[in-house]
Design a protein around this ligand. Structure first.
Ligand code: NDP
Length: 475
């Protein structure tokens, strides 16, 4: 019996996704560039092997799938995907669908989609979040392509996706690069979320002098409240783990240099291109960059030393409550920014991205899954076209309840010399966003002075250049 779907790439993500697909009763054909891996995969599939057809050649693989064929490509992002598509293409027939499920740059997805437009074949760019566990037991899936191609894969993708209550965490978000774009911004928000948690950890460790396990307890408490989320949950687990080699807390023996594969950087680049301030994600990417310059930081510490932490807050419990509220406030800023980037991209690329649906499919399966996303879902369901999440009734109330705590925490960190770039960026973002009259009047005057750029007047009168006199440049 032929398979209803095919999958290429039996790495970490591909093999787990294939097992998930097989487990949900779908018959699947699999192929991997290195055939030994295919054999190994089928041998390890146990009870699920009955639903899996392992193929060693592309010809065999294509023949094993019932046309029109949906084929998931889950391999290393970048050139490898183009190479794999070229190898596959001559074997396909009309209406077959190639589905790139890796972390593609959405510009590549748009190009691949356009290149296949007149070939009779179809292309779907699909963002998959949730890591290995998600792929195996239910990821969050963000689909971009034609609506018609989505309808053909909807059933199988729904069967393998995560569920929030009974709602499947998969949706068609728009044409060509929409799915990969939304996955990119998901990852950008994930960077910001992780950075902000790490900054709070830094205050607890270096400001309050708490041990890893004690900090784990704090996160464990928070996970029962407003910050309930996967990232807080795993932070508790990580902080309580012990290194089997030295017996020390695991986190204490891990080098403080964070890696990155590109999606955070792409989020920032796209935000900049679209003219949206995504300061939380920017701070998080810059934070990882600085973290990786460990030798330079160590050398600088020798020159400057470290500032003495500010006096410990008198009321420790109240300060812990402040830290919890500060993290929530900063998180609101980062998510609001991420959604603002998506709203701008939706217009720019003609996608009609459905904001409530995006929040919905992030409630389970993905790395940023949380209680909080259910609240975002409600806010966007009531006001899908709101300019900024912060001004919705529910979130503006949350900001009013938490911004003073964020201010106290950022002040304490600044006085203690503890770096909190993402938390501080969130505070400045609020302070800029909610101030009707800012300071850019001076910037406009400077621009007019040296470049005769002109300015608008607050009274709307006609005079559009300043009386700068001699010394001011005309152009
Ligand atoms: P792995 O490194 O585990 O696997 C890579 C796979 O790509 C292998 O099957 C490998 O085949 C194949 N491959 C590499 N180069 C080529 C090529 N030129 N032609 C054909 N096949 C090739 O990667 P992951 O499973 O972790 O990641 C796969 C994709 O999923 C990436 O785009 C990644 O960014 C994305 N992703 C990963 C997540 C994660 O948590 N790991 C989460 C979400 C998305 P071979 O065995 O022959 O080397």
């Amino acid at each position: 019996e032929q398979a209803e779907i095919g999958l290429i790439g039996l790495g970490v993500m591909g093999s787990n996704l294939a097992l998930n697909i097989a487990e949900k009763g779908n018959r699947i054909a699999v192929f991997n560039r290195t055939p030994a891996r295919t054999k190994e995969f089928v041998a390890e599939a146990g009870d699920l092997a009955g639903n899996i057809i392992g193929c060693e050649t592309i010809e065999e693989f294509v023949a094993a799938i019932r046309p029109p064929r949906p084929i998931i490509i889950m391999i290393k992002a970048g050139d490898a995907v183009d190479q794999q598509m070229e190898l596959l293409k001559p074997h396909l027939s009309a209406n077959d669908i190639m589905i790139d499920a890796g972390n593609a740059n959405f510009h590549d997805t748009i190009r691949r989609f356009d290149n296949l437009k007149d070939s009779g074949l179809t292309f779907i760019g699909m963002g998959v979040s949730g890591g290995e566990e998600g792929a195996r037991h239910g990821p969050s899936i963000m689909v971009g392509g034609t609506e018609d191609s989505w309808k053909r894969v909807e059933k199988v993708l729904t069967s393998i996706s995560a569920k929030f209550n009974d709602d499947p965490c998969v949706a068609w978000l728009g044409t060509d690069g929409a799915g990969h774009f939304v996955k990119t911004i998901h990852n950008g928000i994930e960077y910001a979320d992780m950075q902000m948690i790490a900054e709070i950890y830094g205050i607890l460790r270096d400001g309050l002098g708490m041990s890893a396990a004690e900090i784990g307890d704090v996160f464990g408490q928070w996970n029962k409240g407003r910050l309930n989320s996967y990232l807080i949950e795993i932070s508790e687990k990580v902080l309580k783990a012990t290194d089997p080699i030295t017996g020390q807390p695991m986190v204490d023996v891990i080098v403080d240099a964070a890696g990155q594969k590109g999606t955070g950087k792409w989020s920032v680049i796209e935000a900049q291109n679209l003219g949206i301030a995504a300061t939380g994600i920017e701070a998080a990417v810059a934070g990882r960059v600085l973290s990786s310059q460990k030798k330079e930081r160590e050398a600088a510490e020798k020159i400057f030393g470290l500032p003495k932490p500010a006096e410990k807050p008198h009321d420790g419990m109240a300060f812990l409550a402040d830290l919890e509220s500060a993290l929530l406030a900063a998180k609101i800023a980062a998510y609001a920014q991420g959604f603002a980037v998506m709203a701008a991209a939706s217009k720019e690329f003609g996608w009609s991205l459905p904001m409530p649906t995006i929040a919905k499919i992030w409630r389970e399966g993905c790395i940023i899954r949380s209680q909080f996303l259910d609240e975002i879902t409600s806010a966007f369901t009531k006001e899908p076209d709101v300019a900024n999440l912060i001004v919705t009734p529910a979130f503006s109330q949350m900001v009013k309840d938490t911004d003073a705590a964020l201010r106290r925490v950022v002040s304490y960190a600044a006085l203690s010399g503890l770096p909190v770039p993402a938390l501080a960026s969130a505070l400045s973002y609020f302070d800029s966003y909610r101030r009707g009259r800012g300071t850019a009047n001076l910037i406009q005057a400077q621009r007019d002075f040296f470049g005769a750029h002109g300015f608008e007047r607050v009274d709307g009168k006609e005079y559009h250049h300043g009386p700068w006199g001699s010394g001011a440049s005309i152009y």
